[in-house]
Design a binder for this molecule. Structure first.
Ligand code: BGC
Length: 442
């Protein structure tokens, strides 16, 4: 089996790509964008946009008392029915990739019971992305698992790893011929990351109550939805699951596409005074995943954090916060890419970056600054292969429900009509022509 560098050469024509991207994406170049291989696009995740994912673990948790979810996901953005429109819209903006996830609970609603209709559905999704000339960037698992998997102990037990590997193999065998780039998990390090947040600690008992209620509601002895698990138990198991899935996907796809993992990474900063926990936090949150097998690292960044010796510190006073309550910090992306590049030579994709705001002019400014940072990284020879904005649509933002607006495209909550915001056109223009004149990278 060829290593990552062999495949990279086949897929992108080797190292010349980086120089081509860097020059074409130059600030203010206004030139056309024959940028072989550099991916520009936007992302979504099945559970946040499709709607009606009844067989998923989180659906159960949204409907128990107490629940930790602000709004039930319900119909979400009705993308299950409107994905064709969404893909056409993304392509019309000028994007050349579309990142989406496959909902495991639609493929395997009960253990071993495979939905051929579910597989056929995602095949049509992939075909549609290809038909529009975009590269499908597929996440095999974006947070949610089938409810039976959570009831079987999720990733809190090694015994469940084979079920995940089987699912990944199945997807690859049926859909792998259409996949362009893939990640096994989305942000499997999120549990480790949030364990540093003082805000999460008082919520723990409440989360445990809600998990117990979910188990009771379906008569299960256990209840371990990965997104709410104890990372100390889960992380080593998920690393093993990722590595075994990675091998299985390579084998089943005949090594046809790159397979990596995407990580939730803040720009971790030492506090202006007092001891810093940056190294300890990175050792928990980032390094184990950078050392795991995989062809690339997906960087997902939204903000920075000042890190005290054993917990994150509150955001500095007076800085602009996003609707998520953390600093809106487009410059954090460049810092994170550089940190990752200091620790690994693997290629990097920015698989998520964005800001939750009602003020779309803030999003436009955010995009310019974040992309300028990517351009600077490219100029310095860092192997960044793409920038994928989070997200295409305003969608269901997990515990925060329908409040935060991350989308380039607004979605009417009653008609589901899609309305591109100015930021959508702006991001599309960057994808087609590079940064606008006047936006300086360095
Ligand atoms: C997740 C997305 C989420 C986004 C914004 C990432 O953690 O992958 O599902 O919506 O951040 O909070």
């Amino acid at each position: 089996m060829g290593g990552v560098f062999d495949r990279r050469a086949v897929l992108w024509g080797g190292t010349a790509t980086v120089a081509a991207v860097a020059s074409a994406a130059q600030a203010g170049s206004g030139k056309s964008t024959a940028r072989p291989g550099f991916l520009w696009g936007s992302a979504g995740a099945a559970y946040q946009i499709e709607g009606g994912n009844y067989a998923s673990d989180l659906w159960v948790m949204e409907h128990v008392k107490p629940t930790i979810f602000k709004d039930p996901s319900g119909d979400a953005a009705d993308s299950y029915n409107r994905v064709w429109e969404d893909i056409a819209l993304a392509a019309s903006l000028g994007f050349n990739t579309h990142r989406f996830s496959i909902e495991w609970s639609r493929i395997e609603p009960e253990p071993g019971q495979i939905s051929l209709a579910g597989i056929a559905y995602y095949r049509r999704v992939l075909e549609t992305i290809r038909k529009h000339g975009m590269t499908p960037f597929v996440t095999y698992n974006h947070f949610t698992t089938p409810r039976w998997f959570a009831a079987a102990g999720g990733f809190e037990t090694r015994d469940n790893i084979p079920a995940f590997v089987r699912y990944c193999t199945l997807i690859t065998e049926h859909l792998g011929d259409l996949i362009g780039v893939a990640s096994t998990f989305n942000e499997p390090n999120l549990g480790a990351l949030v364990s540093w947040s003082p805000a999460i600690r008082p919520l723990r008992p409440y989360i445990e109550m809600s998990k117990k209620a979910a188990a009771a509601s379906i008569g299960a002895a256990h209840w371990a939805p990965p997104v709410l698990g104890d990372f100390r138990i889960q992380q080593p198991i998920m690393i093993e699951a990722h590595e075994r899935a990675y091998e299985a996907i390579r084998k089943a796809s005949n090594d046809r596409y790159l397979v990596g993992v995407t990580l939730s990474l803040n720009d971790e900063r030492a506090p202006p005074s007092g001891p810093s926990g940056v190294e300890a936090k990175q050792a928990q949150v980032m390094l184990p995943w950078l050392q795991a097998q995989g062809d690339f690292i997906g960087v997902q960044n939204y903000t920075y954090t000042e890190v005290g010796p054993d917990a994150d510190l509150p955001a500095p006073k007076g800085v602009e916060l996003s609707q998520m309550g953390y600093p809106a910090a487009p410059e954090a992306l460049e810092a994170v890419i550089r940190t990752v590049a200091r620790h690994t030579r693997k290629p990097i994709y920015v698989t998520e970056n964005g800001v939750a705001t009602e003020d779309d002019t803030r999003r436009v400014a955010f995009i310019d600054k974040a992309v300028a940072g990517v351009v600077d990284c490219l100029r310095d020879g860092i192997d960044v292969r793409g920038y994928i904005h989070w997200s295409l649509l305003d969608n269901w933002e997990w515990f925060s429900g329908y409040g935060p607006k991350f989308g380039l495209v607004a979605v009417d909550r009653t008609t589901f009509a899609r309305t591109p915001k100015p930021s959508a056109r702006h991001m599309g223009a960057i994808a087609r022509k590079g940064l606008p004149a006047g936006v300086k990278s360095r």
